[in-house]
Write a protein that binds this ligand. Sequence first.
Ligand code: DAH
Length: 340
Amino acid sequence: MIERINRLVAEVESLKAASLVEVEEIRLKYLSKKGLVSVLFDDFKSVPADTKREVGLLLNDLKNKAHQKIDELKSGFDQDETASLAKLDLTRPAENLQPGSRHPLSIVRKQIIDIFGRIGFTVADGPEIEDDWHNFSALNFTPDHPARDMQDTFFIATNPDILLRTHTSSVQIRTMETTKPPIRMIFPGRVFRNEAISARAHCIFHQVEGLYIDKNVSFADLKQTLMYFAKEMFGESTKIRLRPSYFPFTEPSGEMDVSCNICGGVGCNICKYTGWVEILGCGMVDPNALENCGIDSQTYTGFAFGMGIERITMLKYQIKDLRLFFENDVRFLKQFTGAF
Ligand code: DAH
């Protein structure tokens, strides 16, 4: 046993790695559950009592040396951002990182999902890296459509067909392409626009898109659904106001304001003294968008809406600067989590 330990010490001390991936391989080889060092610890159980202390000390020493070596190898690569990024688990939900710790945007996203869940909307998502068809063309934006200018887009330099989605409306298209009506779904997600960063705008933000397609869906259904949402989100006394607007993928289109829940509609600097705050765009899905996805627009109609999670969170918690959501300042975050 002692001989095996000494051999491994020499081996560990001479280890070299050419990349972070190799460091990870080394860690697995020696320190994972079935790794060479861990296996020695298993064998340690059957070491005779008279040598147990000596072997135990050597074993612990080996384990420490292995950890040290791996840290040392790792530190050689930490400057390499792309390699470090490869180790990040981007699929891990933020709210689960620490028990009880939740970002305000995650809290509000969950509230939105719950509110729509109670009236039968299920949740789906789509890719953040999109193609022109799903982000624009299928949504009835023609190539030279001026509406494309409404959304400053990050294109991939080597391929103008590929872009970072500017809105979650792209997920409507993906859903309609693959799902037969009736469809009653919401699509939360991150979106990207080439915007100057300020207290009111950011190049990254979050939306929740809604889509309801069936026979005989009318604007009255849209209005009632959105009114229910506004009252659930901001309180029973909340009023809504629909203003005519324009989006290429809905006809007619509207924008919805809610009565300002900060001043109660009297007027304050959040609602710019109008008593109303805009929270979403909406409308009846344009027949062209339905047909682009193979849905018969003679048989089916539907409504859609898209709201910004940041805007709703700001209104709900009276947050005055949108940049706070992205800075991860614990003094801001702990007001929502109680943690840290
Ligand atoms: N996609 C629009 C935007 O980002 C928001 C929107 C407007 C979504 C109308 C919709 C809609 O589904 O019907 O500005």
